[in-house]
Design a protein. Structure first.
Length: 173
């Protein structure tokens, strides 16, 4: 196999990427980042140019200034979607590695959107295929023990899809 230098590789990649639409480019880049164990910097995940895959549709500053703004942009319907948006705020926008379920319900309660059973909502997100949330640990042995969760890439994509869908419907109005 002939040796290829870095500049040639970039040229070939650019030629191939030009043939793809924006969402296909994002999926291709996500795959490459995943394949080679690379992580995108936070700014890349939440910039307006990545609004459909890894970063939320954002306001003019490029990020959401509050959970309320993100919640309004996503307009979640139902407890599962509300929990998913709260998890997205915590993990993606606030850059948390993981989160306890109670933290999400506290954020939702502050907006007047408390979920009666946050654990049930997160369990339903966890059992979806593909899973939108992963349970990382459980503290204690009782059913009410504290649990810690993390969003999956599919969970992040789902919130971005909600944001994009609501953004599109606003431009049609």
């Amino acid at each position: 196999m002939p040796e290829i230098d870095e500049i040639d590789a970039m040229k070939q990649i650019a030629e191939l990427m030009e043939k793809l639409d924006e969402s296909a480019r994002i999926r291709a880049l996500d795959w490459v980042m995943s394949k080679y164990g690379l992580a995108r910097p936070m700014a890349a995940r939440i910039s307006p140019s990545n609004s459909t895959a890894d970063g939320p549709h954002s306001n003019s500053s490029g990020t959401y200034d509050s959970f309320a703004e993100l919640f309004d942009a996503a307009q979640p319907a139902g407890d599962r979607d509300k929990a998913l948006v709260a998890a997205f705020w915590t993990q993606v926008c606030m850059n948390a590695e993981s989160f306890p379920s109670q933290m999400l319900n506290d954020q939702l309660k502050d907006l007047g959107h408390r979920i009666s059973n946050i654990t049930d909502a997160l369990t339903r997100l966890k059992i979806e295929k593909p899973a939108l949330v992963l349970q990382l640990k459980k503290s204690g042995t009782t059913k009410q023990a504290r649990k810690t969760y993390k969003l999956t890439q599919e969970g992040i994509r789902r919130v971005n899809t909600m944001i994009a869908a609501n953004s599109d419907s606003e431009t049609l109005s």
